[in-house]
Design a protein around this ligand. Structure first.
Ligand code: HEM
Length: 199
């Protein structure tokens, strides 16, 4: 399936693009190479086979977004469902590059408890151990959405924990997962392996 990343760019170390929901995607990812590697690359001593060290577990999900239905909602509704403004700022006005402050909003009056980002990452201190880098797809007006792609070194702590939490989120009524799978991305070679195991 062909995918695109409209408005693809790097800002403050994060790869950003425009999601099929028209929101900026990528703000919640880590910004440094060390953090990206720490969340995504299998390390020695993690209990994985030695040939897996230096590789990454990838999850792909083909998620259709009911764009006609979504596009009928007001921007304010879409932002409350997402939990961020379209440009990535938080709903309390804080810049996109800052961590979320949910502690002062326990009832979810500013950022609803069932919004996408608050369900995916309810505790701003413990970011989900995964790195997302997706593509948009467009196979005609009835089939548009996200080729969701994420990398992690532990499927249970990464994708599976987040996906379980997302059950019942406000965005769920707009999405339908039609395909996908789990993949292993092997390490690129000995030089890379030496570099990450040495430090
Ligand atoms: C069509 C489906 C989806 C749409 C439209 C969508 C959209 C978004 C948007 C706009 C953001 C905020 C910007 C950002 O941090 O990237 C976001 C954040 C996030 N999404 Fe999704 N997403 C979708 C599916 C998923 C799935 C399937 C997962 C994981 C199972 C997921 C996990 C996350 C996580 C972990 C964050 C960051 C939360 C944070 O750290 O603040 N998303 N998503």
């Amino acid at each position: 399936m062909d995918g695109t990343r409209p408005e693809n760019r790097i800002e403050d170390g994060r790869g950003l693009s425009r999601n099929p929901s028209h929101f900026t995607e990528g703000h919640g990812n880590p910004a440094t190479a060390a953090e990206i590697t720490g969340r995504s690359i299998v390390k020695a001593g993690q209990g994985e086979p030695s040939w897996a060290v230096g590789g990454s577990y990838q999850v792909i999900r083909i998620i259709r977004l009911a764009t006609h239905f979504w596009d009928r909602d007001t921007l304010d509704e879409q932002e409350r469902i997402t939990g961020r403004r379209r440009n990535g700022r938080w709903l309390d006005g804080a810049p996109s590059t800052e961590g979320a402050v949910f502690a002062t909003d326990p009832q979810g009056r500013t950022t609803p408890l069932n919004s996408h980002v608050r369900t995916a990452a309810p505790n701003p201190r413990t970011a989900p151990p995964m790195v997302r880098r997706s593509y948009n797809y467009d196979r005609g007006s009835d089939d548009q959405g996200l080729i969701f792609s994420c990398f992690q070194n532990d499927l249970e702590k990464g994708f599976e924990a987040v996906q379980r939490r997302l059950q019942g989120e406000a965005m769920a009524k707009y999405t339908l997962t039609t395909g996908g799978g789990y993949f292993f991305v092997p390490p690129p070679g000995d030089a890379w392996l030496d570099a990450i195991t040495d430090g």
